[in-house]
Ligand binder design. Structure first.
Ligand code: ADP
Ligand code: MG
Length: 682
């Protein structure tokens, strides 16, 4: 750009501001704000040339625009600078994070994504005033590197060397990491990320609140290249791309944002009034997986969800329905979860182990760039208002385990570590799967004891299904036929309602209806709950069953509400209540609670088994329990366990194997060589 061109640009932009933004600028000054938001489309209409220039050479052009503001006669406070921020960039400048390339360097673009990580807000000195020790001249020097840059020589006396720092001017900066939003990903792709630098008023508290991890934002900014630091110093030839933000705007696109045409609406209404709709929905969930009708029905209700309630005292009751599947390996749990994660917008599939550093909830991590700490959101936070399918939840991180309690019930994640304190929202529905404690269900042990998840956490699941891989001839044959048919012709088992339609249906139902309980439904639920509670209290079995608590009542309400939503009805009827009761009763009876007696019915599980048939683990455990009586609090000699096991027909090597496994599982430990002790949880 020549000097004349530059002056033209400044004048032209000044004209533009005077014509369209004079009032706004005056208001900015009056309210003490430090930036003005300008609609790019208006600038484009005013002058295509300077609008193009802004897109192509944003750094330089913004500099010139700032000079235009200086030229306008406004009642400025001294030294107050006004930033110019743009919104409404043309469609052609919307770039997906995964598509950012070197050709974008230095250009103005617009990206959309989820805030994955936010650093502390830190001051950076941008302008330092030095004093010349020889003649006392004040020298101002702009700073844009990490190290403070000293003046080369004093402009007055020509002295070289060290100068004294007199004054620093600071600006606030923050680094955030944006992650590609999930709906732009094509099946199975991992979301890409990019760092974004925010400066000045973009880190004002009211903006920071809207850009916390998990929120969805649009960033308008310039792509810059940052050399990757080399270990030994020196400049690297490799670069990382980042965004220097010009503007950041919160955007909310959830379930409700799915666009529906009038035809869609008509079709949804038709589906909802179909008397067979519950069956149709059920059969549309993972049609390639054989059986599991009741689980699929529960998942269908889960996707529709109950109604979130805000009490008069300001507390909230979640509407999300959490479901846990515990089952033997190879019964298609993972498969089912993967399918469901494709049925809801923004949904995620994660594995309890092997998720990123932030895991499921949130974490505080070191941030190299601002030399401070960063808050990183985990899957539950990123999937706020949607569904997360957590596979192998029993293997999740210890920290997550603690945070999950709060996440599931209060639907927030609070984190307080280093100097970061934050509360993140996670109104997230959870569908989780786990393997039994010993890898496989032991048919001779009560099931609740075999689920390796703390009871307090189990209690937060509305429904728990157990899946046992028992060989049963006719079913096995059917599964085999089903699987082989699919292998032969994958198109054969297409869902009754296509996934796209299900998404729309759910979005529509969530948007238009907030069902309320009818009197009959209340009566139905009350009866069921009261009898169940009454019976459970009288139960005095040794094994603690899954406790029946008011949480189950809330679960029933949510399930019944979801059932009403399927019909797009605002009234929860008696049959909705009955559907909810049927599902809960099924789950309770699966884990061994007999509905009729309320007793934990161990007989149903252990009928006709001799000691010799019991698995070794159970026997060894019993031996240990027996010896505990003898040794009280002191450690038990392993030799004695082996001896006793031998008398019951278990070889020494097998017993040692079992002991090793128990040690690895953290059930026992070896306080001194050759002795073990049971780990007791209080
Ligand atoms: P899990 O996670 O429970 O260990 P997977 O989801 O990995 O099991 O399933 C193992 C395989 O067995 C998958 O390929 C799945 O399709 C198949 N499979 C198991 N049970 C069924 C079933 N009922 N219908 C169809 N496929 C099944
Ligand atoms: Mg699995």
């Amino acid at each position: 750009m020549s000097e004349i061109e530059e002056r033209e640009i400044i004048e032209k932009f000044e004209d533009f501001l005077k014509k369209f933004y004079f009032k706004e600028l005056a208001r900015v000054v009056e309210e003490g704000r430090t930036s003005v938001n300008i609609n790019f489309k208006e600038l484009e209409k005013f002058s295509v040339e300077i609008a193009d220039l802004l897109l192509e050479e944003p750094m330089k052009t913004l500099e010139l625009f700032k000079r235009s503001i200086d030229a306008i006669d406004l009642p400025f406070e001294e030294s107050k600078e006004i930033e110019i921020r743009f919104f409404n960039l043309p469609e052609s400048r919307m770039v997906a994070i995964k598509d950012i390339r070197s050709k974008h360097i230095g250009k103005l673009i617009c990206i959309d994504g989820l805030v994955r990580q936010t650093s502390d807000v830190r001051p950076v000195s941008c302008l330092v005033t030095f004093e010349c020790p020889a003649c006392g001249t004040m020298i101002e020097q702009e700073q844009d590197e990490r190290m403070i840059r000293q003046p080369f020589r004093c402009p007055n006396c020509g002295r070289k060397g060290k100068f004294k720092v007199i004054k620093r001017k600071f600006i606030d900066t923050q680094r955030i990491v944006l992650e590609e939003s999930p709906e732009t990903l094509e099946g199975g792709e991992q979301p890409r990320r990019i760092s974004v630098f925010l400066r000045k008023d973009l880190v004002d508290p009211q903006i920071v609140k809207k850009t916390c991890p998990g929120s969805r934002v649009q960033v308008i900014g310039v792509v810059v290249e940052v050399p990757l630091p080399l270990k030994g110093g020196g400049e690297s030839t490799r670069y990382d791309l980042m965004i220097e933000a010009n503007n950041i705007l919160p955007s909310e696109k959830e379930f409700e944002e799915i666009e529906l045409t009038p035809e869609d609406e008509k079709e949804i209404r038709k589906l909802a009034s179909d008397p067979k709709i519950y069956k149709k929905l059920r059969d549309s969930i993972a049609p390639t997986i054989y059986g599991y009708k009741i689980i699929k029905e529960a998942i269908a209700l889960q996707l529709f969800g109950g109604v979130k309630k805000i009490m008069t005292d300001g507390t909230e009751r979640r509407g999300d329905i959490h479901i846990l599947l515990v089952g033997d390996p190879g019964v298609a749990k993972s498969q089912l979860l993967r399918y469901v994660s494709k049925l809801a917008p923004k949904a995620r599939y994660v594995s309890g182990k092997g998720t990123t550093g932030a895991g499921l909830t949130a974490a505080v991590v070191r941030d190299e760039f601002v030399r401070g700490w960063s808050l990183e959101a985990g899957a539950l936070v990123l999937a706020n208002k949607s569904v997360v399918c957590i596979d192998e939840i029993d293997k999740m991180d210890k920290d997550d385990r603690v945070a999950m309690h709060e996440a599931m019930e209060l639907q927030i994640v609070t984190i307080s570590k280093a100097n970061i304190q934050a509360t993140l929202r996670c109104e997230t529905t959870i569908l989780a799967a786990a393997n039994p404690k010993l890898g496989r269900f032991d048919p001779y042990q009560p099931i609740p004891e075999q689920i390796d998840i703390p009871p307090t956490l189990i209690n937060r699941f509305d429904l728990i299904f157990t899946i046992q891989d028992k060989p049963r001839r006719e079913i096995d044959e059917k599964i085999a036929t089903h699987m082989l048919e699919i292998a032969k012709e994958p198109e054969l088992k297409h869902p009754v309602i296509p996934p796209e339609m299900i998404k729309k249906y759910i979005a529509y139902a969530k948007r238009v209806c907030k069902p309320k309980l009818s009197d009959e439904a209340i009566k139905e639920l009350k009866n069921f709950y009261a009898t169940l509670r009454g019976k459970a209290v009288s139960a005095e079995s040794e094994v603690k069953p899954i406790p029946i608590s008011p949480r189950q009542l809330e679960a029933l309400v949510r399930l019944a509400e979801a059932s009403a939503r399927v019909r797009l009805s605002n009234t929860v009827t008696r049959s909705d209540a009955r559907r909810a009761i049927r599902l809960l009763r099924h789950c309770l009876s699966e884990v061994g609670i007999d509905y009729e007696t309320g007793q934990f019915d161990i007989d149903r599980i252990v009928t006709g088994i001799t000691t010799a048939q019991r698995s070794r683990i159970v026997t060894v455990k019993e031996i240990i329990a027996g010896l505990e009586n003898k040794y009280k609090d002191s450690p038990i000699p392993i030799t004695e366990i082996v001896e006793e096991a031998k008398s019951k027909g278990i070889e020494a090597t097998k017993t040692e194997e079992v002991i090793d496994k128990m040690k690895r599982d953290g059930e026992i430990f070896e306080p001194k060589h050759g002795f073990i002790k049971r780990v007791i949880f209080r």
